[in-house]
Write a protein that binds this ligand. Structure first.
Ligand SMILES: [Fe+2]
Ligand SMILES: [Fe+2]
Length: 186
């Protein structure tokens, strides 16, 4: 890596989020090694995945305008999804990342989507199982992700959907489509 992307994300993130980003990158490398994915891409996508997460809502809305990004109604009322949409465009436009796989892994790390690539799945799951994570069920998720990627995707999507339902929040169509795909065994 010629550019030190860690130093690019550091001033944009809280110390906690910076640490999380590095943990996700490390976890992504472990999963990439295990499942035969490019480890450098996995590391970089992990480092960058939350690059826009600590930007203020106002700043994000400004950047959406600047980047000509039109949010759907579901996206508008779910600010938690914004950093992924914005992050993928930011790394393309401002950091000149031209690897579509990395861009897409950042884009879908929150919602997931059907037909995810190996790298997309790895970043999505590494975000669940990185060393800094500490939620009810994280140990089971860590075991699953080291045993079988498909089983882990099922568990992670179940967790996400159930979590949104319990909060009575809307579910992004990409998440529903991803969930349906893994549980219809297509
Ligand atoms: Fe995120
Ligand atoms: Fe994250």
């Amino acid at each position: 890596m010629n550019v030190d992307y860690k130093e690019i994300i550091r001033p944009k993130l809280t110390p906690k989020r910076y640490f999380h980003s590095l943990c996700v990158a490390e976890e992504a490398v472990i999963l990439a090694e295990k499942y035969g994915c490019d480890t450098e891409k996995a590391y970089l996508a992990g480092v960058l995945h939350d690059i826009m997460k600590d930007i203020s809502k106002e700043e994000m809305l400004k950047m959406f305008k600047e980047f000509d990004i039109i949010l759907t109604d579901v996206e508008k009322q779910a600010p938690k999804l914004w950093h992924a949409i914005l992050g993928s465009e930011y790394i393309r436009r401002e950091l000149k990342i031209d690897d579509e796989e990395i861009i897409s892994a950042v884009r879908y790390h929150t919602t997931a989507k059907p037909d995810m690539t190996l790298l997309e799945k790895i970043i999505y799951l590494a975000d669940f199982t990185s060393q800094d994570r500490d939620y009810n069920g994280v140990d089971e998720m860590r075991i699953a992700v080291r045993e079988d990627l498909t089983v882990a995707m099922k568990e992670a999507l179940k967790f996400s959907v159930a979590d949104l339902v319990s909060q009575e929040k809307a579910i992004h169509p990409d998440t529903i489509a991803a969930y349906n795909q893994v549980f219809m065994n297509m």
